[in-house]
Design a protein around this ligand. Structure first.
Ligand code: PEP
Length: 255
């Protein structure tokens, strides 16, 4: 049985005070079901405070980063290392998000270096892949997704891939309100899992959680999670408000 993960990516939102209000707001709504994990990626400045909150209130929420630098340390003004994330108590790091690829020019090579560094630092990489609208429409999107996976995971020992989580996030669905239908998402997840099986073996493919991301909302989470190859969701907009995130958690409980 693969674990299910509902992950919220706060992007550049929430001060420390706002993060506290959010975590207080979801208390009492976090599913206690074994095998179901709730992950939140706050901005760097709120990481430590969020960790302190979840520890103090015994809140079943896993805290992680939204990005990190690929070097262990050095003269990289404004950057943050995996070790620095670990020290705050972070357990995972989102890597290869389409916003990092598009706005910060992160290539598959850079993302690969970050994934390796995250693994070395004992952070779980949450590796995002996804095609743009034109790539989906051309019908050639699987080549792109396979390339993102093959390059992003190049040179990593197969045994280490057990510590990885993948998020399939079609770029055309992020922040647009246009979710992939459960059928389209399932079909793509199945193909991604098939590629992983061919490349790294059935055992890794069978155990690797693959999350869906792109305009996930309270009213579509259940049908997405109902699909056999969808192991959870990476959520942006709807993870910012207590009301929508709690509604998502409540609907997840029913699946
Ligand atoms: C995201 O940015 O990873 C994301 C999925 O955003 P949204 O849920 O707002 O589409």
């Amino acid at each position: 049985m693969r674990k299910k993960i509902i992950a919220g990516n706060w992007k550049m939102h929430k001060t420390i005070a706002e993060a506290g209000v959010f975590l207080r707001g979801i208390q009492g709504h976090v599913p206690s079901r074994p095998g179901m994990e709730i992950w939140i990626a706050p901005p760097f400045t709120a990481l430590h405070a969020c960790m302190a909150f979840v520890k103090q209130h015994d809140l079943r929420v896993v805290i992680g980063g939204q990005t990190m630098h690929e070097a262990a340390q050095g003269a990289f003004t404004g950057e943050i290392s995996g070790m620095m994330l670990r020290e705050t108590g972070a357990s995972f790091c989102i890597l290869g998000h389409s916003e990092r690829r598009a706005l910060f020019h992160e290539t598959d090579g850079i993302i690969n270096a970050k994934v390796r560094r995250a693994l070395e630092t004992e952070l779980t990489p949450l590796l995002c892949i996804g095609e743009k609208e034109a790539e989906r429409e051309s019908g050639d999107y699987m080549n792109l997704l396979e390339l993102q996976l093959a390059s992003g995971l190049a040179g990593i020992e197969t045994a280490h891939l057990k510590r990885l989580v993948i998020a399939y996030e079609p770029v055309w669905a992020i922040g647009t309100g246009r979710t992939a239908t459960p059928e389209v998402a399932q079909e793509t997840h199945k193909k991604i899992r098939g590629f992983i099986a061919r490349r790294w073996g059935e055992s890794i493919a069978g155990s690797l959680p693959i999350l869906y991301g792109g305009s996930v909302k309270p009213d579509n989470i259940a049908e997405l999670l109902d699909q056999p190859d969808i192991d959870g969701a990476l959520i942006g907009g709807a993870a910012l408000e207590v009301r929508t995130f709690v509604a998502i958690l409540n609907n997840v409980e029913k699946v």
